[in-house]
Design a protein around this ligand. Structure first.
Ligand code: IPE
Ligand code: IPE
Ligand code: MG
Length: 243
């Protein structure tokens, strides 16, 4: 398996299964989220070593507010903790951190930390790490549609200029390569309002492993499975396959 394999440019991960992992150990769900953070840290390092260009992690969905308030606040506290604790080492490792999602629902403090972290790392040329926080695929399409409606209303563009390419450019991550591979841990076979527009031609990979148990070997397995796929993009051969 060490012979030449294609490393997907953009990998997106639905990090699911933290709660069940904790419950199986008679621990609070928050402990599962802490364990999940450790896994995320390892996978970020591994992805950077593999020269993945963009890694997008689903950390908190626009529907996760439905959880009990103590779990929501545990998740948000953990997010603040991770931002503060990891930002310097991410910066040292040339990682560019980018948060996608509707951050306006977060406290001013958290919004300021996010802006600081993004500004600090914005010129880094290594791995792009997108963290999806209060993110929903439907929200993303809607915010893009609103932006474009505004551009047309102001006369900045004409209706004919509203092309797929233009729409894509106003979606979150419009500046980055297309998502090649989506991994979902935790055994569910669904998208849960993660990327919608952006995964039109992504390869999907599901594993039963709960996120805290995910590791480099399992990430490799997902990449190997990706390599075994033939991407046709609607054609009859795989000419568009990037490697
Ligand atoms: C994923 O783990 C993390 C978030 C949604 C924030 P879950 O908390 O959904 O874990 P399960 O699916 O209940 O096991
Ligand atoms: C998806 O997991 C969201 C994240 C991993 C952040 P959920 O646990 O929220 O998804 P559902 O509820 O099982 O669809
Ligand atoms: Mg879940």
């Amino acid at each position: 398996m060490t012979q030449e394999r294609c490393i997907p440019s953009h990998v997106a991960i639905i990090m699911d299964g933290n709660g069940r992992w904790a419950q199986q150990r008679n621990q609070l769900r928050a402990m599962g989220h802490r364990a999940g953070l450790k896994t995320a840290r390892k996978i970020v390092t591994y992805a950077a070593n593999l020269k993945v260009k963009v890694l997008t992690l689903y950390a908190f969905s626009s529907e996760n507010w439905k959880r009990p308030p103590n779990e929501v606040s545990a998740l948000i506290s953990l997010f603040i903790y991770a931002l503060n604790r990891e930002i310097n080492s991410l910066h040292k490792n040339n990682v560019r951190l980018n948060i996608i999602g509707d951050i306006s629902r977060f406290s001013d403090h958290l919004q300021n930390r996010i802006i600081y972290a993004q500004n600090l790392t914005r010129s880094n040329s290594g791995l792009v790490l997108n963290i999806a926080a209060n993110y929903g695929g439907r929200w993303d399409i809607l915010q893009s549609a609103k932006k474009i409606a505004m551009q047309v209303t102001k006369g900045e563009i004409t209706l004919d200029e509203v092309t797929e390419d233009h729409f894509a450019s106003t979606m979150s991550m419009g500046e980055f390569p297309e998502v090649d591979l989506v991994i979902r841990t935790g055994g569910e076979y669904r998208i849960s309002n993660f990327l919608l527009w952006q995964i039109a031609y992504s390869e999907l990979y599901f594993t039963d492993t709960l996120w805290p148990d995910f590791n480099q070997r399992l990430f490799d397995e997902a990449i190997n499975a990706f390599n075994a796929r033939e991407r046709r993009f609607g054609g009859i051969d795989n000419k568009e396959q990037s490697c």
